[in-house]
Unconditional design. Structure first.
Length: 187
């Protein structure tokens, strides 16, 4: 393909302008975190431009995303080793904080529930008003009855009510769950 001088100037100018706008506005970033098997990887596979490896991610990894309200996402492992000492700085460095938790496990397993409480408390202690935090209750296909009321009851009286008011419930098997999350973050 051959371009004339005018087309080349437009292409270069557009690229430079895009770079200037990105530099002025900065990249919007998201942190996806939560216990293992909470739906983080499924969500990342739906939005990432890159291949997401199987199994626990270990160290936090950054991915470029497509069709998202942010430019980049960090997968912060659900493993305990990375929670100690590094979680706070990762929270501070991101515009959006998405905490995923498996509703079915949360409702039936007290140890899982205590782990969720501790992580949400850590997020609450660090997140700034300029950041958007959202809790994402996953695997709703595995629960029945009024699970929302049950989750709210189990979180009742916790000091991190500001984060708890932002819970979205999704079925991770459905692609539209991504749009549900993005719509909630835009509010």
């Amino acid at each position: 393909m051959i371009f004339n001088l005018k087309e080349i100037v437009v292409i270069i100018g557009s690229a430079l302008l895009g770079g200037v706008i990105t530099a002025l506005l900065g990249k919007l970033t998201a942190l996806v975190t939560g216990p293992q098997s909470s739906g983080k990887t499924t969500f990342l596979r739906n939005i990432s431009k890159e291949i997401i490896p199987e199994g626990p991610s270990g160290a936090p990894r950054r991915y470029k995303v497509k069709d998202a309200i942010f430019d980049e996402v960090t997968d912060f492992s659900g493993t305990e080793a990375w929670l100690n000492g590094k979680f706070d700085e990762y929270i501070k460095d991101h515009d959006y904080i998405l905490f995923f938790f498996d509703v079915s496990e949360f409702l039936k397993d007290s140890k899982y529930r205590e782990d969720c409480y501790a992580r949400v408390d850590m997020i609450h202690g660090v997140v700034k008003p300029s950041q958007k935090a959202l809790m994402v209750g996953t695997h709703i296909d595995l629960v029945s009855g009024n699970y929302r009321a049950d989750v709210e009851r189990l979180f009742a009286g916790k000091p991190y009510q500001s984060i708890l008011s932002r819970i979205v419930y999704i079925d991770t098997r459905k692609r539209e769950c991504v749009r549900t999350i993005f719509n909630e973050l835009k509010k």
